[in-house]
Design a protein around this ligand. Structure first.
Ligand code: HEC
Ligand code: HEC
Ligand code: HEC
Length: 132
């Protein structure tokens, strides 16, 4: 006897790539990350930004004075957007420099010059050469 309604062909596996299979909820964290980056473009790089950065020592501290390498805190400079400092004044990777270069108005002295902010000579050594 002929079937009036032939059985439908077996289902083919879906051709579209589905790394999480049918568990579409697994995309939710990914969408969240994309949304965060879209809302705040600096979000990703800021997540990789350490709060405090030790400036590499490239010239000795005679007699261990001061004992500690200078420390830069992103936290106390958060009124500035990244582009105020990066990449023109500082690269976003460890780079050493000296007081001689700062005395020429470079690096920290682009602001710590007694006009834009406190002059280096008016700060205590420990303000920058801070303990761990
Ligand atoms: C505005 C921040 C700042 C202040 C204030 C500061 N320094 Fe520095 N100093 C640095 C940075 C940045 C370096 C480079 C990294 C390092 O060697 O610690 C440095 C380097 C040095 C060096 C290495 C050699 C050289 O000439 O660069 C010595 C020595 C030194 N500082 C001594 C002092 C003394 C002493 C004082 C206080 C009278 C002082 N610093 C105040 C930021 C500062
Ligand atoms: C006021 C200046 C200033 C601002 C504003 C600033 N930075 Fe930095 N940043 C620095 C300095 C100084 C260093 C250390 C560079 C060196 O070693 O010479 C640094 C280092 C870094 C590093 C490398 C850290 C490491 O371990 O070496 C990253 C990443 C970075 N900054 C990201 C950011 C991001 C993202 C922003 C904005 C949200 C930002 N910075 C804003 C001054 C600044
Ligand atoms: C874009 C301008 C700018 C640059 C570049 C900058 N500073 Fe500052 N910094 C400021 C301002 C503004 C303040 C707030 C108080 C003031 O005016 O001194 C400050 C405050 C500080 C303080 C006191 C608060 C704290 O963190 O303990 C230290 C120390 C300091 N800066 C170190 C540095 C060092 C070291 C560098 C270079 C690696 C640097 N700054 C580069 C603008 C800057």
């Amino acid at each position: 006897m002929r079937l009036l309604f032939p059985p439908s062909p077996p289902r083919q596996p879906c051709a579209v790539a589905q790394p999480f299979g049918s568990r579409s909820w697994a995309y939710v964290p990914l969408l969240g990350l994309l949304a965060a980056v879209a809302l705040e473009p600096e979000g990703l790089s800021a997540a990789m930004m350490p709060d405090a950065v030790r400036i590499p020592v490239i010239k000795e501290h005679p007699g261990d004075i001061p004992p500690d390498a200078a420390l830069f805190r992103h936290g106390t400079h958060a009124t500035f957007v990244c582009a105020v400092c990066h990449p023109a004044t500082f690269p976003a990777y460890p780079l050493g420099f000296t007081h001689k270069e700062m005395n020429e108005g470079r690096f920290c002295a682009t602001c710590h010059d007694g006009k834009a902010s406190t002059a280096i000579a008016e700060m205590t050594c420990e303000a920058c050469h801070a303990k761990p």
